[in-house]
Design a protein around this ligand. Structure first.
Ligand code: PMP
Length: 427
């Protein structure tokens, strides 16, 4: 037995399913999870001393590679001054200022501790601001594990076969309406059928959680127009796309301004952080400026803020990071496409910048139904074949991969080689 297997056996007796977040259990791909000991730059090292090229990067935040020195240094400096005060700090002011500068639609921002907290708070604020109860989300989008969002949810929820989780009350579920991604008419019908009852439309502007799915031309603008016409708030969940697709996220890339934005992961540089922000008059609904209650002992935690500030400052001051990320993504995907062609395979690759998914289906994937047409057993074999060749993918078809600037051209070539050999092995 490997050390990872031993640890997993013990973990299963102590932690539900042996993991602290479901997809990590490798249920969708078979085998046992790797227990990670350390990571540096583009590499992950497990408890058995194996080295892997990282394509998850902590599900996004390690955009500059693992243990990026300026972030390490900031944390080392911060811990000398204690770990938590539960009181205001200079760093959180600097953090807010930087987020407002970088994210086009954000005028005021509140820090929280995870993406889940950010979306839960954003929807409460949207309800408080509009005086309406219902929200529209898209099938296969994942917005964390808040009750309102575990309806047709993507990511681990669909990987585990529980897109509608037990434990969410019927009353809560009734307030969440769902539409297929990229289907403006479906959204319009929901709005008409629930006149003056919809507080917000929330979406991942580029989806990561049913695999990578791009908005079709006009979709985001169409949502913006519908929301404007019906006084509905448009919420971009940029927990994955924020500070990744551009320094101002998907809203900068596509030039669409949401009313509220949720953020996470990257703004903590890998520490547990989330945030939500948006138009000033909406954010001024939040307590103690306004009546919508939301709080957190650890919110704005000084260590997390220090890590996040070092990360965001680097991204803000080095626009070449985004050029390089796109270069890496384009090179990788071009290599994959050429392998698919030479093997006579027509699988779909969705890709934007440093996010991509190879879907094991020949159907173009623009929504959840398309994504679910993928051959999941084949994906499982492909995942294991890649792992055997030292490439660590997300252990589910319904996830995007996340590239980091730590990937060299040589490593990209190695991934392209591993992909071709793996496909040859599993087809
Ligand atoms: N929104 C999106 C788009 C996400 O991808 C995630 C997590 N992957 C969340 C919200 C929830 O974030 P967290 O896991 O930090 O609670």
């Amino acid at each position: 037995m490997t050390t990872s297997e031993q640890l997993f056996e013990k973990a299963k007796t102590l932690i539900p399913g042996g993991v602290n977040s479901p997809v990590r259990a490798f249920r969708a791909v078979g085998g046992h999870p790797l227990f990670i000991k350390s990571a540096k730059g583009p590499f992950l090292f497990d408890e058995d001393g194996n080295r892997y090229i990282e394509l998850i990067n902590s599900w996004g935040p390690m955009i500059l590679g693992h243990a990026f020195e300026p972030v390490e240094e900031a944390v080392r400096d911060a811990i000398q001054h204690s770990f938590s005060f539960g009181a205001p700090t200079r760093k959180e002011v600097e953090m807010a200022e930087l987020i407002v500068e970088m994210v086009p639609s954000v005028e005021k921002v509140r820090m929280v501790n995870s993406g889940t907290e950010a979306t839960m708070a954003a929807i409460r604020v949207a309800r408080g601001f509009t005086g309406r109860d219902k929200l529209i989300k898209f099938e296969g989008c994942y917005h964390g594990h808040g009750d309102s969002f575990l309806i047709a949810a993507g990511s681990g929820a669909i990987t585990m076969g529980t897109p509608d989780s037990p434990g969410v009350t019927k009353a809560t579920a009734l307030d969440t309406l769902t539409a297929p991604f990229n289907d403006l008419f479906a959204v319009e019908r929901l709005i008409d059928a629930n006149a003056n009852q919809i507080a917000a439309v929330i979406l991942e502007p580029v989806v990561g959680n049913m695999g990578c799915v791009l908005p079709e031309p006009g979709f985001l603008q169409g949502l913006r127009d519908l929301c404007d016409r019906h006084d509905i708030l448009l919420i971009f969940d940029e927990v994955m796309t924020g500070f990744r697709l551009a320094k101002g996220g998907a809203q900068e890339h596509f030039g669409i301004r949401p009313d509220l934005t949720t953020m996470g992961k990257i703004i903590g540089g890998g520490m547990p952080v989330g945030a939500y922000g948006g138009r000033r008059e909406i954010m001024d609904m939040v307590s103690p400026a306004g009546p919508v209650y939301q709080a957190g002992t650890l919110s704005g935690n000084p260590i997390a803020m220090s890590a996040g500030l070092a990360m965001l400052r680097h991204l803000n001051e080095h626009p070449e990071v985004y050029t390089r990320l796109t270069e890496i993504g384009d090179k990788l995907v071009a290599g994959f496409r050429s392998s698919l062609a030479s093997l006579g395979l027509n699988f779909t690759i969705n890709h934007l910048g440093s996010m991509y998914t190879l879907f094991m289906t020949e159907r173009p994937v623009s929504n959840f139904v398309d994504a679910k047409s993928s051959d999941l057993a084949l994906f499982g074999r492909y995942f294991q074949a890649m792992l055997k060749r030292g490439v660590y993918l997300a252990p589910s078809q319904f996830e995007s991969l996340f590239l980091s600037v730590a990937l060299t051209d040589e490593l990209v070539d190695e991934i392209i080689w591993a992909n071709e050999e793996s496909l040859k092995e599993v087809i």
